[in-house]
Design a protein around this ligand. Sequence first.
Ligand code: HEM
Length: 138
Amino acid sequence: MIRVADLPTVNAALNLTAAILIGTGFYFIKQKNIRAHKVCMIAALGVSALFLTSYLVYHYNVGSVPFRKEGWIRGVYFPLLISHTVLAAVVLPVVLRTAFLAFKGRFPNHVRIARRAFPIWMYVSITGVVVYLMLYHL
Ligand code: HEM
């Protein structure tokens, strides 16, 4: 049974899994392996959807969690947290559009938007893990 207190760790694991799937999916398309690219990217979408659900459940129950460390580390944590949060909101519709274009077979358009979606989605997933480590394990 997963308790609410366990959700931040679950969320970080989902973020890490998403980052690995996005990176692997990118590697596969560079190898021209379209089927494997598709599988990885759909899996990354699924994992990210699970993350979003679990993240909302956690913060609905707990509210916001303050960062209690003092000193220079705050100057690292807050820019990271803010860029992570803003880009997460920005990238969501971009990723959905990227996937939609691929499913419709509009691949030139898919590639154009995907080249922007890919690095931002990757950044959001990795900084999700870093923010978790700084907030709960420093
Ligand atoms: C939202 C998730 C996805 C992302 C972030 C993504 C990302 C990318 C990226 C970055 C490229 C260009 C690689 C390069 O620079 O050469 C690409 C190409 C491609 N993707 Fe995706 N992809 C996603 C989902 C899909 C899906 C679901 C499919 C299958 C239906 C697909 C099929 C393709 C194909 C066929 C290409 C090559 C197109 C061409 O070279 O003409 N992608 N994708």
